[in-house]
Write a protein that binds this ligand. Structure first.
Ligand code: ARG
Length: 442
């Protein structure tokens, strides 16, 4: 029974929040005349001692006492006697754990949000540095049109900005205090739930006692936000893995974020990126797991809900590691501008610019221009030439009105510089967008 029932092995991570919650509860009990001022003083002193002991590693958690709540309470009673026995008045472990866990998730949101901001800042800095560095842009992982590296990095800044929005949104909804719901129905004592809510930094007490002890939406929303964040980090990790591979060679990572092979001395493996890619899997697993735990539970509390903590702790730890590794890699990576430029210039990446020229300068309808461009690309391909190197006479055989001016649009520099539309890849745009983000994130 003890082996399956005890949660102290993992919920000891809630000790700070458990003590915070008990301090707020004791303060309120005394203010409401439910316990005496002397009892409150004794409880405060005892909880302070426990906090010190746990922080020093001098506290032994006892699995026979099941969880963090009973461990701390038993120690308090052993230490201060009768007053300690009054702390649990008008409270249950059900509202206690719901409160502790909300406090823990709230802190985790704040610290992860700060890390996401740091990653965005690193990306914006590198984007400013590479606002004009040309690389191939892909669709279907096939060369499509040239873009700048800065533009590509800022795409991730946009994604991460939305992740921060989701975390902030989850935090806003989380920030109600379940303490005082007691076991499920409320309590007969004249408690002040608004007082404990305020003392713990919550916006207000939760509205329904049954919901208070049976709700884990805040944990699920946290895991949902982390899942989307992890999906973004995993996509970026995948790009780093591709970009560092020998056939691409777009970027180089230093030894700080790569490992050697035990057999092939030349290897520089992007293990950190691979692990960041993989950890998305365990974060999604945490979300799916907790959804499955919750889906069939009748109101109100059931012990099933004790299974909420490990996936949340694990996902938060994994997200923290991924963010640290990705931020390190963004600062560490050294782009090979020459290599990216060479690849960006191959495979007729400026074909769209040619079609746009036919529309703009010759007045062709876009569909016709698309068709003519296709013929010109075939002509270049069969001669083994790039579009810029294709003689004017060959193009004129296909469309006689094409002039020398066409070559102005066929270089990759002209191609990116011409995409000045809002949100487009022109280096000036990218430099401005990077500067805006740097300022916003400072
Ligand atoms: N350790 C329990 C949990 O994590 C605390 C709540 C226990 N409540 C109960 N009625 N047994 O859910």
């Amino acid at each position: 029974m003890q082996a399956i029932n005890a949660s102290i092995g993992f919920d000891q991570r809630l000790w700070r929040e458990d003590i915070e919650g008990s301090l707020a509860h004791a303060g309120m009990l005394a203010a409401q005349g439910i316990i005496s001022a002397d009892d409150e003083t004794a409880i405060r002193a005892g909880l302070g001692e426990i906090a010190g002991a746990i922080a020093d590693g001098a506290f032994t958690f006892d699995p026979a006492l099941e969880d963090i709540h009973t461990n701390i309470e038993a120690w308090l009673v052993a230490r201060i006697g009768e007053a300690g026995r009054r702390l649990h008045t008008a409270r249950s472990r059900n509202d206690q754990v719901a409160t502790d866990f909300r406090l823990w998730v709230r802190k985790a949101i704040d610290s992860l949000d700060e890390q996401v901001r740091g990653l965005m800042r690193a990306l914006a800095d590198r984007a400013a540095e590479h606002a004009a560095t040309i690389m191939p842009g892909f669709t279907h992982l096939q060369t499509a049109q040239p873009v700048t590296l800065g533009h590509h990095l800022l795409a991730y800044v946009e994604m991460l900005g939305r992740d921060r929005g989701r975390l902030a949104d989850a935090r806003r909804r989380l920030n109600e205090c379940p303490l005082g719901a007691a076991a499920l129905a409320g309590t007969t004592f004249p408690i002040d739930r608004f007082m404990t809510a305020a003392a713990l930094g919550f916006d207000r007490p939760t509205g329904n006692s049954l919901d208070s002890v049976s709700d884990r939406d805040f944990a699920l929303e946290f895991l949902s936000a982390l899942s989307i964040l992890a999906m973004h980090l995993s996509r970026f990790a995948e790009e780093i893995i591709i970009w560092t591979s020998a056939p691409y060679r777009f970027i180089r990572l230093s030894d700080a974020y790569t490992t050697g092979s035990s057999i092939m001395p030349q290897k520089r493996n992007p293990d950190a990126a691979e692990l960041a890619r993989a950890k998305a899997g365990r974060i999604f697993g945490a979300l799916a797991g907790l959804l499955a735990v919750m889906k069939g539970l009748p109101l109100a509390y059931a012990k099933d809900m004790q299974e909420d903590k490990e996936p949340v702790f694990d996902a938060a730890d994994a997200a923290e590691l991924c963010l640290a590794a990705m931020t390190g890699m963004v600062r560490d990576m050294e782009p090979d501008a020459g290599r990216m430029r060479a690849v960006a210039g191959a495979d007729f990446a400026t074909a769209t610019d040619l079609a746009d020229y036919l529309v703009r300068d010759l007045g062709l309808p876009f569909r016709t221009a698309h068709h003519v461009t296709g013929q010109i690309v075939s002509a270049a391909e069969s001669r083994g030439l790039d579009l810029v190197a294709l003689p004017l006479a060959v193009m004129q055989e296909i469309e006689p009105r094409i002039t020398e001016a066409v070559y102005d649009v066929l270089t990759i520099e002209a191609s990116v510089a011409a995409r000045r539309t809002f949100g487009g890849t022109a280096p000036d745009n990218v430099a401005r967008a990077a500067a805006r983000w740097q300022e916003a994130l400072a």
